[in-house]
Ligand binder design. Sequence first.
Ligand code: GLC
Ligand code: CA
Length: 545
Amino acid sequence: MARNTGKEWWRSAVIYQIYPRSFQDTNGDGIGDLKGIIDRLDYLNDGSHRSLGIDAVWLSPTFPSPMKDFGYDVSDYEGVHPDFGDLATMDRLIAECHRRGIKLLLDYVPNHSSDQHPWFIESRSSKTNPKRDWYVWRDPLPGGGPPNNWRAVFGGSAWQFDETTGQYYLHSFLVEQPDLNWRNAEVVAAMYAVLRFWFDRGIDGFRIDVIGMIVKHPELADNPLNSEWTPGDHGRQKYLRTHTRNYPDVFPAVRGIRAVFDEYPDVMAVGEVFGTAAEISQFYGEGGLNGLHLAFNFQFIHENGDAVNTPWEAETLARIVRNAEAAIPPGGQPCYALANHDQSRFISRNNADGRGRERAAAATLMLLGLRCTPFVYYGEEIGMVDVDIADGQLRDPARIKTIGRDPERTPMQWDASLGRGFSTAEPWLPYGPRDISVAAEEIDGDSLLWLHRRAIWARKGEPALLYGTYREFTGMPAGVFAFERRTDGARPVTVLINTSTEACAVELPDSSGTVVVATARATEGSAVNGTFVLAPLGAAMIAGT
Ligand code: GLC
Ligand code: CA
């Protein structure tokens, strides 16, 4: 099989993340479903420049699940949750995507299953059950209490005592999400079979949930204390995750997963990983060849893994990209997201002065201009914001943030009607402000939606943006992040981003060119000679000759 041609589909793809519960309800139960996604595919890409033009869709989990963590607690890896439809509808979705040239990615959750998965029900039934070792069971410490100091990501001890057998089981997330034991060969085989099951149905790849956690310290050694932590500090973890995350033994497991992908042509794995640029890069494998095809870099959201939002500030953005580019192995390509189902929406994170929407426009051109596979979270393209949800209506039990992750998971706003074009019933989460919708964006040529469409389609037409090298321009005025993309045989493209609230005159290093896409739409198509003036918080892509 041809590997690493440099032109694999995912290198030039823009990928759109759908949170299936919140995209489109078609049967009036207030919950989005697969049929709804099929109905909206033309919005995503119907081949015309009036559609978004995305190349692939990633669906957050659609499998049978008790929905304790809204699908990240899987009770059957080879089915479809009845809320979303059935296998026949999934097959139809695959076919409808492919008919439009859209690739379809599902969400692979290897670190843990639901406690209602038949594997775990068996495993917990007795110490001698053949599936006992499929999960991580340990005796209490001699004096009583959990086996070690590991903490669950969602708070509290990562160990749950189980009366039936008098042992603890490991759960890195909710109590209802017991960790699978990837040191057990039968687990590995069963989880490989899951990948093959979906590849055989035509799925084009997977986003892989917390892949950096699937293999931990073999002796379950305590995690070291975080020297930067002080009592009452909620931004930091008390213990470092040295023995539970990005532990060296995880990389052989990643290589094994990659080998299953290599059994199929044109499939792709993108991992949810956390850490420094160097840690992220390790997931690409040796020489970028035998690990994941892509590993997320979330540093535009949080730079250091702590709960501090990355500021929209040129030097910070430039540093993030510089670090990523320096660390990534030769064949590897960065992968950035500005938002997802676990994080506040971009505008809400960058709106202290009420100008978050302008920053979102500039960020769109940055993301689509960078050397990367860009991921766009549903609703970001119309400027959806975190929705204020009353206490009684909050649904996410995993309160990483005190309010959980519901605010960024509210239904897609298709129009300004009562049901937002999403549902005829009470939606599972409340709607956001009525004035934010696809319909409103559609009739405004200067809207964020139209900017996304122009930038995504422009990208497809510029080989430099798809495959070109990245070079940062230094010596720019304060507040301006500027870089060039260049490839042989095509015109270079310069991307200019003004993160300051002052207008900025930028001397173009290449001196002349044409504006391809800009936050100031009126400038598009115009010739640039020498100097280009960026509006406050504005951005532009300029093609050279
Ligand atoms: C990942 C998912 C998150 C989920 C967690 C546990 O971080 O993105 O939504 O709660 O893993 O599966
Ligand atoms: Ca529904």
